[in-house]
Design a protein around this ligand. Sequence first.
Ligand SMILES: [Fe+2]
Ligand SMILES: [Fe+2]
Length: 283
Amino acid sequence: MTTMETFHLLQPYRIAEETFVIPWALEAPPVGHFPMNSMVIRGSEPVLVDTGAPAVRSQWLEAAWSVVDPLDVRWIFLTHDDRDHAGNLLAVLAECPNATLLTTWFSIGRMAEEWETPINRCRFMIDGDTVDVGDRTLVAKRPPLYDNPTTRALFDPKTDVLWAVDTFATNVPAPIPEIADLSADEFREGQFFGGRLVSPWVALLDGRKFGAVVDDFQRLDAEVIAGCHSPVLRGPRIAEAYDLLRRLPEIPAWPEFTQADLDQWMAVAEGSVPPEQPRPSAT
Ligand SMILES: [Fe+2]
Ligand SMILES: [Fe+2]
């Protein structure tokens, strides 16, 4: 298993048989960092699961092609069209000419604000649909929490790996490979914070109805849960995470940072705030 010592951002690590997470993270002061991961399933027909963020495009592509030859990629499963998931989609489509994009009508429409997605390379894969990728049949399923209406998670019954997308999002003190590296308090508080941050509407929900949705998702019975904004969950932390998720409708909404917070951060920065600019690594 990947340890803290062998873990580096944008260096893919194996989380299950022929399944790799491409880890990245953003600093998120004052709450630490947020993971920004993607995944690769290197089966007989390799699958990219999301395409990373544009801020690290060249590094992300290099990381992905260290796991799989782009000419071998047969499928790109796009969970939704947010920039942290679809940010390198055009570059990936260009470098993977043999790949079919698994997406939705609404995602294509939302991305049309920025680019035309080649619909001749698309296949619609909505909640409940499956796709045969040669040596396994992947299942798309809407996760309990999401911040974009097109979101579908992806379950691989061959490895029992679940890509939970934005569900189980958490801040972390520093980037880590496995959620077991968090203390019990960090784990609980991170799940409560990340869940309410991603889906503030969870406070509006009927807890019993939401609980049934969580139960249904949990019945996938994943052994390994990876996600864009969470280190990998395994073992007892999976059931614990589902229990914390079920509690979200009962707890008060997360109080957002206010202008007073921003004023305080600016005072501390004392003129050292950098000017508006693209991230230097953006290509
Ligand atoms: Fe999202
Ligand atoms: Fe996300």
